[in-house]
Ligand binder design. Structure first.
Ligand SMILES: [Zn+2]
Length: 114
């Protein structure tokens, strides 16, 4: 959503309110630290391979396993010589648009007053 006013493009109601009506920026993140921690935990979830909490890759829609010792999903193939080839794929999860939007808000340090 953007609105044009005097040639300036606004990208949110917040921007319009702040500039034209001197409103304070709206806080989108809870002040309750415990609630924020549980919101983050719930959104992140855990790695299905090692059980460790996933890490949000900031600015993206990706959650990844942060455990350095976790190899992720195991794939086994047999090559032409009949030898077994084992490969691992690190676990990542793609969030939908809504989840990604929430993640970018609740993990934004500016929003959290840091
Ligand atoms: Zn893992």
């Amino acid at each position: 959503m953007s609105n044009k006013a005097n040639g300036k493009i606004y990208h949110s109601f917040d921007e319009i309110g702040q500039e034209l009506f001197n409103l304070k920026p709206q806080r989108r993140v809870t002040r309750d630290k415990q609630k924020l921690v549980s919101q983050r935990e719930k959104l992140l979830g855990t790695c299905p391979h090692c059980g460790q909490q996933l890490r949000f890759v900031y600015g993206t829609n990706v959650l990844a396993c942060a455990n350095e010792d976790c190899k992720g999903k195991k794939y086994t193939n047999t090559n032409a010589n009949g030898e077994e080839i084992v490969r691992y794929k690190p676990y990542t999860k793609i969030m939908d648009d809504r989840q990604a939007m929430i993640a970018n808000i609740i993990f934004d340090e500016k929003e959290n007053g840091k």
